[in-house]
Design a protein around this ligand. Structure first.
Ligand SMILES: N[C@@H](CCC(=O)N[C@@H](CS)C(=O)NCC(=O)O)C(=O)O
Length: 205
């Protein structure tokens, strides 16, 4: 069995779970509920990942893999999947969207951390910068929607999907669908895929 440090609300863990669904690898994964919070390093998790981040994967020989970028590619290789297109435009588009989605998520998580600091401790300058970058990212994705729609389901499209889901989950007030309506249509189709539906984050639980 492969041991995955897991939480139901982490968008980076979700990427791994979507890959596992797509690759029919769920039976090979033992999920270990691990709490990872930036301000509270988790000592048990740090035995497997000194950075105290999830997802972290422990292989059968006890060696570890992180982060989500590495774990997703590992699962895809193990299963002989097609989530990481091998060459050409499909490959570079998928890798760019992968990086784009991860970067968007990073901005959103840091934005949320800042937003949740006590009044008077928040940096308005940082929050403005996150707001600007997230809006610019949505405008860019809106401009790329025809390419997204034409692309095969891959690590790139699923990661963009995870970032958009995180907007719904934690940034409802942004009203992102009004900012990027064609992207919202594309996302509605992606979201209906069984692996995406099975891994949607739940507000409660
Ligand atoms: N680049 C990492 C990011 C993982 C990450 O930041 N995970 C969050 C949970 S969503 C975490 O573990 N945060 C705890 C921390 O930053 O200390 C990946 O792709 O796996």
């Amino acid at each position: 069995m492969l041991k995955l440090h897991w939480s139901p609300k982490s968008p980076y863990v979700r990427k791994v779970m979507i890959c596992a669904h797509e690759l029919q690898m769920l039976p090979q994964l033992e999920l270990v509920r691990s709490v990872a919070a930036m301000l509270q390093p988790n000592e048990r998790l740090m035995l497997d990942n000194p950075l105290s981040k999830i997802p972290t994967l422990v292989l059968e020989d006890g060696s570890t893999l992180f982060d989500s970028v590495v774990i997703c590619e590992y699962l895809n290789t193990l299963a002989g999947g097609t989530l990481f297109p091998a060459e050409g435009t499909a490959k570079w588009r998928a890798l760019r969207w992968h990086a784009f989605g991860d970067g968007l998520l990073e901005n959103l998580i840091l934005w949320r951390n800042e937003r949740e600091r006590a009044e008077g401790m928040r940096s308005g300058v940082l929050i403005e910068a996150f707001d600007l970058k997230v809006r610019a990212a949505l405008a860019q994705l809106e401009a790329e929607v025809l390419d997204l729609a034409a692309a095969p389901f891959s690590i790139g499209t699923l990661t963009i999907g995870c970032a958009l889901a995180y907007l719904d989950f934690r940034f409802d007030m942004l009203g992102w669908r009004a900012l990027a309506p064609r992207l919202a249509d594309w996302y509605a189709g992606l979201r209906a895929r069984p692996s995406m539906r099975a891994t949607e984050p739940q507000l409660e639980g």
